[in-house]
Design a protein around this ligand. Structure first.
Ligand code: G16
Length: 542
């Protein structure tokens, strides 16, 4: 094997964010950019020699080329074996499963998740550790440090690997094993859920529509929903992955999954609707004329998971990211199980899942998952919902409304202000930070502040600490506002304002969400001086 040593220089800004390194595709395509980062990953984990990795991505523009580069570099760095999905494709949860199932040393997942794809859009790469989950901060810091001192990387000169051929081939001294991207994942879902019951539900005329948004879950949804569960052909729409996601934004929320929303928000729409994102880890759940907020979805799944065979023994605990509503907390209290509040980022759930303290985790950003893998999992959430509906024999709306009657309703919304000048976004955060110590007891726009702080987290398993994870303002009437800057954007800064209001009055559970939240929105605007951003309103409301 001819190893080629290539001299290089550190490249600024290769700091992994909320979920790996995300940049414009053209940035990733610049000379040495991808190579520097990949070599730094290998350096950060003590080298690749003798190790096995999983490699796959969501199929976006540059996926196939980047995989060839990674394979050559893995071979040159002495890796023993790489397992890759056919065509270079793997959903993020399927990659997590393969990492775990094969006892590998980790995986490289190529994706910018819900961000759009294409030569002028976004690309990303993240490293997952042997438990199948995103690298924790200690590892991402080590990767970043390595990018600052890198002076060379190694590769081999070989023809491109044949990513379409299932089975083994050799790249230098390394074995490349190409696997069907769907098979193992589908087998795992069969273990967790009552496929017979879901099949019977669908056979009874219950209509399901799943929008793969031209992204990775298309083949998975076809094989599972239409294949194994018997949903009629066409139940999965936009199911052929394309490099630019059909020119769309593969983000399963009401703003971007418009076609699906329109179909479900009608009196003769399907009984159940769902969408997933670019790499298959997010989900949005809909019923006929009914939208389920991700925070409510987490709470409903926590309360009902025991109805699926994989969770029949009950769950150990639930974890949610801090900006996610507290709906799941009350379910946990009712079930007498532990409840954790972590910073935003799936990586913070890893230790809790590994330690068996949390079984189900979720985030307001359309992410839910469990201890079956170490990533959030869009289709898993869809199947758990279907399993619960098959067991409870009710509609999505009935299930959620029953839940609110029992636990109360956390009205919830997130307002995103995108592509802001970084200075303006930082100034706003500084303004709020400056008031944190004096806000308690003050009345703003008619609401009294109970407490305000900057969220800091100490991992209960390994004691690691993370600070500056969002600014929280709690009001005496049970409302809350949170300010946070996104860690996944690639253009300017994105400000996220998360707003929540608990309502337990049975007569007030059916209000319009934005109307119910108007007082706390007004207070949040006043405290932050958000009008100084000169925006007429949020770019996205979820
Ligand atoms: C990633 C993380 C999630 C996080 C989300 C939003 O999701 O894995 O944990 O909630 O980003 O992060 P931010 O608010 O910083 O943009 P994904 O689906 O993009 O990998």
């Amino acid at each position: 094997m001819d190893i080629k040593v290539v001299a290089t220089n550190p490249i600024d800004g290769q700091k992994p964010g909320t979920s790996g390194l995300r940049k414009k595709t053209r940035v990733f395509m610049e000379p040495h950019y991808l190579e520097n980062f990949v070599q730094s990953v290998f350096e950060a984990i003590g080298g690749a020699a003798g190790k096995t990795f999983v490699v796959g991505g969501d199929g976006r523009y540059f996926n196939a080329e980047a995989i060839q580069t990674i394979l050559r570099m893995a071979a040159a760095n002495g890796a023993e074996r790489v397992i890759a999905g056919r065509g270079g494709l793997l959903s993020t949860p399927a990659a997590s499963h393969l990492i775990r199932k094969n006892g590998t040393d980790g995986g490289l997942i190529l994706s910018a998740s819900h961000n759009p794809g294409g030569i002028d859009e976004d690309f990303g790469l993240k490293f997952n550790i042997p438990n199948g989950g995103p690298a924790p901060e200690g590892v991402t810091e080590a990767i970043f440090e390595a990018t600052k001192t890198i002076s060379q990387y190694v590769t081999v000169e070989t023809p491109d690997a044949d990513l379409e051929r299932i089975g083994n081939q050799k790249i230098g001294g390394m074995i490349l094993t190409i696997v069907d991207p769907v098979a193992d994942y589908k087998a795992l879902m069969k273990e967790l859920f009552d496929f017979e019951a879901i099949r019977a539900l669908i056979a009874s005329g219950f209509r399901v529509r799943f929008d793969a948004m031209h992204a990775i879950t298309g083949p998975y949804a076809k094989a599972i929903l239409e294949g194994a569960l018997g949903a009629p052909e066409g139940s999965a729409i936009n199911a052929v992955p394309s490099v630019d996601f059909g020119g769309g934004h593969p983000d399963p929320n009401p703003a971007w999954a418009k076609e699906l929303m329109a179909e479900l928000m009608s009196d003769d729409g399907p009984d159940f609707g769902a969408a997933s994102d670019g790499d298959g880890d997010r989900n949005m759940i809909l019923g006929r004329n009914f939208y389920v907020s991700p925070s409510d979805s987490l709470a409903v799944l926590t309360a009902n998971a025991h109805l699926a065979p994989g969770y029949a023994k009950g769950i150990a605990g639930v974890a949610r990211s801090m900006p996610t509503s507290a709906a799941a907390d009350r379910v946990a209290a009712d079930l007498g199980i532990e409840c954790f509040e972590t910073p935003t980022g799936w990586k913070f759930f890893g230790n809790l899942l590994d330690a068996g303290r949390a079984t189900i985790c979720g985030e307001e950003s359309f992410g839910t998952g469990s201890n079956h893998v170490r990533e959030k999992d869009g289709l898993w959430a869809v199947l758990l919902w279907l399993n619960i509906l098959a067991s409870r024999k009710c509609s999505v709306a009935e299930l959620v409304q029953d839940h609110w009657k029992k636990y109360g309703r956390n009205y919830y919304s997130r307002h995103d202000f995108e592509a802001l000048p970084k200075d303006a976004a930082t100034a706003l955060m500084d303004r709020v930070t400056g008031q944190l110590s004096s806000l308690a007891g003050q009345t703003v726009a008619g609401l009294t502040v109970e407490a305000a702080d900057s969220f800091a987290y100490e991992d209960p398993i390994d004691g690691s600490k993370s600070s500056n994870q969002g600014l929280r303002i709690r009001f005496t009437n049970g409302a809350r506002a949170v300010f946070r800057l996104s860690g996944t954007g690639t253009e300017g800064a994105t400000l996220r304002l998360y707003i929540e209001q608990l309502e337990t009055d049975p007569g007030k559970l059916d209000q319009d969400v934005q109307t119910a939240l108007a007082p706390v929105i007004a207070a949040a605007h006043e405290i932050s001086g958000i009008s100084q951003l000169n925006r007429s309103g949020p770019d996205v409301i979820t």
